[in-house]
Design a binder for this molecule. Structure first.
Ligand SMILES: Cc1cc2nc3c(=O)[nH]c(=O)nc-3n(C[C@H](O)[C@H](O)[C@H](O)COP(=O)(O)O)c2cc1C
Length: 171
């Protein structure tokens, strides 16, 4: 693992968090990283909801079968095709918003924060639950949540490189 790519390898899913809030400046920095992501034709269909209100976080934890972690902050990653800058976002919003998610996860690592991607799309029940709790209008797509906080567990840096998955020149 090349140390120049440390942040990539150090990013691991963190599912246990300290009881310590994430500073607003750091949350804003995460959103800046998210909005630095590539998107099809630079369409930038993304919108974000930052949730730090304990009651609303509790509501999310209650419904999310795979998202019951004690993070002090969550970022919902959404696509709003009506404010996307290009028509191509209609087809590419999942990839566009996923690129934003990955940027946020890596940025969190760089800021000393832990994070985990909580998948919503294409699970209709999960997206509906998030939509209800966060009052998201029906015409806005919900890609995922990201839990963020200061980590209370450590996961080792790693790659999952497997030679068998790599083809050179042709399949
Ligand atoms: C689309 C997607 C959905 C995911 N959903 C969840 C989830 O609901 N709950 C969870 O704990 N982790 C979730 N994860 C995190 C994966 O479990 C994790 O990335 C994977 O096990 C590899 O571990 P690492 O992130 O530490 O490298 C999700 C990851 C992706 C990319």
């Amino acid at each position: 693992m090349d140390p120049r790519l440390d942040l990539i390898y150090k990013r691991r899913s963190i599912r246990a968090f300290q009881d310590r809030p994430v500073e607003k400046e750091n949350l804003t920095e995460l959103l800046k990283a998210g909005m630095a992501a590539p998107s099809a034709s630079n369409g930038q269909p993304w919108e974000f909801i930052v949730v730090t209100d304990p009651d609303r976080l509790t509501q999310l934890r209650e419904v999310l079968v795979h998202g019951k972690y004690n993070a002090p902050a969550a970022i919902a990653v959404l696509a709003n095709l009506s404010i996307a800058k290009k028509e191509s976002s209609t087809r590419f919003w999942v990839q566009d918003c996923s690129a934003a998610v990955e940027n946020i996860l890596i940025a969190a690592t760089g800021l000393g924060l832990g994070s985990v991607w909580i998948g919503a799309h294409p699970k209709e029940e999960v997206t509906k639950q998030i939509q209800d709790i966060l009052k998201i209008p029906a015409d806005i797509h919900v890609l995922s949540l990201i839990y963020v906080g200061y980590p209370a567990e450590e996961q080792p840096a790693r790659t999952q490189y497997e030679e068998i998955r790599v083809h050179w020149q042709k399949y």
